[in-house]
Design a protein around this ligand. Structure first.
Ligand SMILES: NC(=O)c1ccc[n+]([C@@H]2O[C@H](COP(=O)([O-])OP(=O)(O)OC[C@H]3O[C@@H](n4cnc5c(N)ncnc54)[C@H](O)[C@@H]3O)[C@@H](O)[C@H]2O)c1
Length: 336
């Protein structure tokens, strides 16, 4: 499929910029959109034809998606717990933009539409989460993500296009935004620890996740974009081999950084799931998913990246829609 025209949304964000870099290296023509509300322009690799606008704009979507073969839709407001306090903006920037983009994709007869969903779709199902589980949506973010999945699937029953619903979970790596206090746990903790601050953890730190190095996802991109086996499938992407608690993550980072910082525990957040990780069986079967880098090496890479760019203050750039007394204290006080 060399020389395809690929349109990536959220191209200034973490995942979108990695997909763009890979696609350019494979000789594809890469176009991308982002409104820079969360992402950074300097994440966008040279060679991408970049359009800065809000993806809610149907007319612009129709115009820029002309003659596109594949859409990789990574743009979203990827706030899970925080979305409980910004439900309107979450739905607008997760579900509504998906509706606009899908309409424009079908208008332009795009061949394949890759939709990024989220592990939050599984809610408090029993881990490991498998793709056939009934979604349990505990937050506006997961509601919006699952609504987007349903829209993709319902339109595919009538209109002629292929789709893939991929479910990344807890990805981390270079180019990730690390100064947003509302998300990206690994980067956020590293940013704090590099500043010699105790990493802030909600609850007792025993919530467990399978943190997912971006390096492991890159070999999956060609299969998601063009592979026959991925066609019209919903697939978890990421590891299930190493499931660790946040306390263990902090220990590992202390070892890497040569520090001995103790977590600063805060009240457990509403709707946060204790044990959450996805089964990689389907991804091993359909995408030949393999772990290629150890968690420790991948964490070392991210530490170097954040160190090079410089640890930074957190940016409280979001206006909260619902101020409540159970809004996490450190967010209220903008204390980290
Ligand atoms: N990072 C993870 O661990 C993870 C886990 C599960 C799912 N996902 C999903 O993967 C996708 C990519 O995540 P990411 O970590 O790269 O997020 P990110 O925040 O780094 O990138 C998202 C990008 O979308 C852009 N965007 C948001 N609303 C927009 C709008 N209305 N118009 C134009 N651009 C807009 C932002 O500016 C940002 O650059 C998202 O859909 C996310 O929900 C990510």
């Amino acid at each position: 499929m060399k020389g395809s025209r690929i349109f990536i949304t959220g191209v200034a964000g973490f995942l979108g910029s990695h997909v763009a870099k890979w696609a350019l290296s494979e000789g594809h023509e890469v176009l991308g959109a982002d409104n820079l509300s969360l992402g950074h322009k300097n994440n966008i690799p040279g060679g991408v034809q970049f359009y800065e606008y809000d993806l809610i704009d149907l007319e612009k979507n129709k115009k820029y998606l002309k003659s596109i073969d594949v859409v990789f839709h990574a743009a979203s407001y990827p706030y899970d717990n925080f979305s409980l306090f910004i439900p309107f903006r979450t739905v607008q920037n997760t579900f509504s933009i998906t509706a606009s983009l899908l309409s424009a994709s079908l208008f332009n007869h795009v061949k394949r539409f890759i939709y990024c969903s989220s592990m939050s779709r599984y809610g408090d199902n029993v881990a490991p989460f498998t793709e056939d589980m009934t979604p349990k949506t505990l937050t506006p973010y997961s509601v919006a993500k699952v609504a987007g999945e349903n829209l993709v699937k319902s339109l595919s029953q009538v209109h002629n296009f292929e789709y893939v619903i991929c479910i990344p979970h807890n990805i981390f790596g270079p180019q990730q935004i690390y100064n947003d206090p509302y998300r990206n746990a690994v980067s956020l903790i590293i940013n704090q620890m590099l500043k010699n601050k105790s990493p802030l953890i909600y609850g007792d730190g025993e919530q467990k996740r399978a943190f997912s190095p971006i390096q492991d996802l890159i070999p999956l991109f060609p299969k998601l974009l063009f592979g026959k086996l991925a066609k019209n499938q919903t697939i978890n992407i990421g590891p299930d081999e190493e499931v660790i608690s946040l306390n263990t993550l902090v220990q590992l980072l202390n070892k890497i950084l040569g520090k001995n910082l103790k977590p600063n525990f805060k009240t457990f957040r509403k709707q946060e799931v204790k044990l959450a990780f996805c089964s990689s069986d389907k991804s091993r079967r359909l995408l030949n998913y393999k772990k290629s880098i150890s968690l420790e090496t991948a964490l070392r890479n991210l530490v170097s990246y954040i160190n090079e760019k410089g640890p930074s203050y957190f940016s409280y750039h979001q206006t909260v829609e619902l101020e409540r007394d159970y809004f996490p204290e450190n967010w209220k006080q903008k204390s980290f």
